[in-house]
Design a protein around this ligand. Structure first.
Ligand code: NZQ
Ligand code: ZN
Length: 385
């Protein structure tokens, strides 16, 4: 087991009605608030109105229209608002896109220069305004982690950046907010949670037993509850377990004692950068193909352990068992209603080699569980067509 730092920083308020804690977690940081949100779902389900009521003593400025796969152009507008109005707290109300944009806005507000610099070079991130997140989508874990992913459509770049200062000071996680999620986002979010776990579970470190058991439990939680949430969107038990799974899947817990590069995320970020597709859908498409591509005598025992511990597959032949676990993964995503080919989401073979080259360039794939080069990634993308 490798050495690690596990810095629990975010004050998480989890459960029905927890929004009432908003003044308690916002006011210690100031009254000048920039409220950041997306295309309007929070107005339809009433969260927007409730926040205004709870923060009626604050001076609230707003930035709406944060896009899925948030764009640097929106971040720049947010930074300007912070600087113009002397904003003290950034309040992110939404899913990963809104929270990620809010992180770079909060960093950009304290930085002299273009906020894109903070995306390209995380070393430039210094002071960051306090961020409070109100989560409305279970997927990214952004509510409790240090990452932000921002797109620049002019350059076809979607890049991740990170800083401990990006961690929200507080996160309100009310599972009832997930009741209004469309099935597509519920399924894509679950695929994202599972992919975060896969990226950290399938790493070279073999000795982080507890961490791997936690990872398997998160995967089992997704497999149990996503179908329930799809069938009964207002099933609290299902939504609550998925929401907690998303937070735990990418806050450092499932990487404790492990190490190494990721694979499907860097590849998917290229699909989003060129075609602006839904992150979790891109991951679901690529994941089983990546698993099949890297299955060999060396990796089979780990895939077989995944098949046995997560899917309950009894097969005694290691290679067969591993393959059955991969098939089960693909079948699960399909049954959740996720389109499982690139062509279904509007991607043909014209840019596969460019995307493969960029994934290797930006993604650290030489340090992955099974190191991959451009040709490997192109082949995985071709298998995904
Ligand atoms: O914009 P609105 O109207 O709010 O609608 C959103 C959006 O269209 C909708 N939605 C959110 N909550 C809802 C809702 N609709 C109804 N009811 C609700 N309660 O869902 C749509 C998608 O939202 P988005 O925030 O884009 O989804 P997600 O949370 O999956 O975030 C995806 C982004 O996060 C990045 C992804 O690359 C992508 O850009 N990631 C961030 C990570 C991180 N910070 O650690 C890690 C991830 O691997 C990922 O890369
Ligand atoms: Zn992800």
């Amino acid at each position: 087991m490798n050495n690690f730092t596990y810095h629990v920083y975010t004050d998480v308020r989890f459960g029905k009605g927890q929004l009432k804690a908003l003044p308690e977690v916002v006011l210690p940081h100031g009254k000048k608030v920039l409220m950041v949100y997306g295309g309007g779902s929070i107005k339809k389900n009433g969260i927007y109105q409730e926040i205004h009521e709870l923060l009626k003593d604050c001076e609230i400025h707003e930035l709406s229209g944060i896009e899925p796969n948030p764009k640097i152009t929106s971040v720049r507008v947010g930074v300007e608002l912070c600087k113009t109005h002397g904003i003290e707290v950034v309040l992110a109300v939404g899913g990963g896109s809104v929270i990620d944009a809010s992180k770079v806005i909060a960093g950009g507000a304290c930085y002299d220069g273009d906020p894109w610099d903070l995306v390209v070079d995380s070393k430039k991130i210094g002071k960051v305004l306090p961020i409070v997140a109100v989560l409305t989508l279970a997927a990214t874990g952004s509510e409790m982690n240090k990452n932000a992913v921002i797109s620049n459509m002019e350059t076809n770049e979607k890049l991740g950046t990170a800083s401990h200062n990006f961690k929200p000071v507080a996160a309100i996680c009310d599972p009832t907010y997930l009741f209004t999620l469309p099935a597509y986002q519920t399924a894509a979010g679950t695929a994202d949670i599972m992919s975060h776990v896969f990226e950290q579970y399938f790493q070279k470190t073999e000795t982080a037993y507890l961490t791997d058991c936690i990872a398997e439990s998160i995967l089992k939680t997704c497999i149990k509850y996503c179908p329930v949430a799809l069938k009964e969107p207002d099933n609290y038990e299902a939504r609550a377990n998925l929401m907690w799974a998303s937070t735990q899947a990418l806050n450092g817990l499932t990487s404790a004692g492990k190490g190494g590069g990721w694979t499907c995320h860097p590849v998917e970020h290229e699909l989003s950068a060129f075609y602006d597709i839904t992150h979790g859908v891109g991951l679901a498409i690529v994941t089983p193909r990546w698993m099949r591509y890297i299955l060999n005598e060396d990796t089979a025992p780990k895939f077989a352990a995944y098949a046995r511990n997560v899917w309950g597959i009894q097969e005694t032949d290691t290679m067969k068992c591993a393959a059955m676990g991969i098939d089960a993964t693909e079948e699960f995503f399909k049954n959740c209603g996720i389109p499982m080919t690139l062509r279904e989401v509007g991607i043909d073979d014209s840019k596969l080699s460019v995307m493969a080259a960029d994934a290797v360039k930006f993604g650290g794939l030489s340090n992955a569980y099974v190191p991959l080069d451009e040709k490997d990634v192109e082949e995985i993308l071709r298998m995904s067509l």
